[in-house]
Design a protein around this ligand. Structure first.
Ligand SMILES: Cc1ncc(C[n+]2csc(CCOP(=O)(O)OP(=O)(O)O)c2C)c(N)n1
Ligand SMILES: [Mg+2]
Length: 376
């Protein structure tokens, strides 16, 4: 008898840049390009700086709940660098790095986490989906977009992201199955940060890897070191090239560790082992990239100071723009909901406007009418 476990295919962890900043001998030419290293490095630094500023705004009561991406920036940065402008990106809530590379602005992101609908109306990435908070619902949407692209015979790909916890949801399996059976130009990248809020991966699934979930959908599944921006860039680029060329979908599991609280509403010290966190910190993505640049004389204290000043100025400008932002129109909650409001919501909107106008018109308040107990 052969047990299914014995024949489960193996999913090795792909890597190019190790935690000491050593580049593997089999690194493809595209990932040997110092311009790519510098771009990725500058962007991870920028995203990290922006992330800190957003947490600071939340901690001082000037931003709503915020989901940090600290320690996981390499995955999203590689995605942003691998996507072409004509592709479609369906993010989840830890994809600040890719969104910034797609032309979503820091102000857009602050507006989003501040509860302002204008933060999802990206001027420079109009076809990308807005940030997705409901777990995994972006994945069937992405499969739908991919099927439209296939129907129109366009050489474009859709890339959707999700977390490890999201892979337990029906939406994940449905999207994957549809992508397989319809051979869709869809790439799904899982940010496996080992946690779904306080639920560790081993309590989430009995699977040894998340990449192997591709097997049931009949599509390729790839496992990559999510702290290695060059390896993620290589596997995502390859999957996107395949998708655009009509060669079907890919599932990518990018393995990392959530070095931050789930959101600013969480305190991971209550459930995460401090030693495991320290071990994970040693494998974070920025230091190894910095080491690679130093080895090739592309990074030094002077460059750091100049970049720091430039990035700080950009973030201060975005923060100021957010703090001085004109308030959104209250009708935004209707107007950003659906392209064509159904009648009941249209009536609610009209009613809301009427009440608002009435509230704004000063009225003389009369004392309540006197009436006897038995009046109708
Ligand atoms: C449909 C749905 N169920 C539950 C939640 C509450 N929730 C928010 S984040 C989260 C955990 C998600 O974990 P994972 O997919 O691993 O992503 P991560 O936050 O770790 O990046 C849950 C259960 C939600 N937002 N949507
Ligand atoms: Mg997770």
């Amino acid at each position: 008898m052969t047990f299914i476990h014995d024949i489960a295919p193996d999913f090795p962890l792909h890597g190019l840049l190790d935690p000491q900043g050593q580049l593997s001998a089999d690194t493809p030419d595209a990932q040997r390009d110092p311009a790519l290293w510098q771009r990725a490095h500058a962007h991870i630094r920028f995203t990290r700086r922006f992330d800190r500023a957003a947490i600071h705004l939340q901690r001082t009561g000037r931003l709503g709940t915020y989901a940090s991406c600290y320690g996981q920036e390499a995955i999203s940065t590689a995605i942003g660098l691998a996507l072409q402008a004509s592709d479609v990106f369906a993010p989840y809530y830890r994809d600040q790095a890719a969104q910034l590379l797609r032309g979503v602005t820091p102000l857009d992101i602050l507006r989003f986490w501040g509860g302002d609908e204008r933060g999802s109306a990206f001027a420079r990435a109009p076809e990308d989906l807005p940030n997705c908070i409901p777990i995994a619902t972006q994945l069937p949407h992405a499969a739908g977009i991919a099927s439209a692209i296939k129907w129109r015979q366009q050489a474009r790909a859709v890339l959707a992201t999700c977390g490890d916890g999201a892979t337990s949801r029906g939406d994940f399996y449905e999207a994957l199955n549809l992508a397989g059976v319809w051979h869709l130009p869809l790439v799904i990248v899982i940010n496996n940060n080992q946690w779904a809020i306080s639920v560790p991966l081993h309590a989430q699934t009995a699977c040894r890897t998340l990449a192997q979930k591709a097997v049931a959908a009949g599509i390729p599944g790839v496992r990559v070191d999510g702290n290695d921006v060059l390896a993620v860039h290589a596997v995502v680029t390859e999957a996107l090239v395949r998708a655009r060329a009509g060669k079907g979908p890919t599932l990518i599991e990018a393995v990392t560790w959530r070095l931050c609280d789930h959101t600013t509403a969480d305190d991971m010290s209550r459930y995460a082992d401090a030693a495991a966190r320290t071990a994970a910190e040693a494998r974070e993505p920025l230091r190894r990239l910095e080491q690679l640049l130093i080895t090739h004389h592309l990074w030094d204290a002077g460059k750091a100071a100049a970049t720091d000043a430039e990035q700080e100025a950009e973030i201060v400008a975005a923060t100021d723009a957010w703090l001085n932002d004109a308030p959104p129109a209250p009708t935004d909650m209707f107007d950003f909901l659906q392209a064509h409001l159904p009648d009941d919501l249209r009536r609610q909107r009209d009613d809301f406007l009427q009440r608002q106008r009435a509230a704004a018109t000063p009225t003389i308040r009369l004392p309540p009418a006197q009436h006897s107990e038995d009046s109708p």
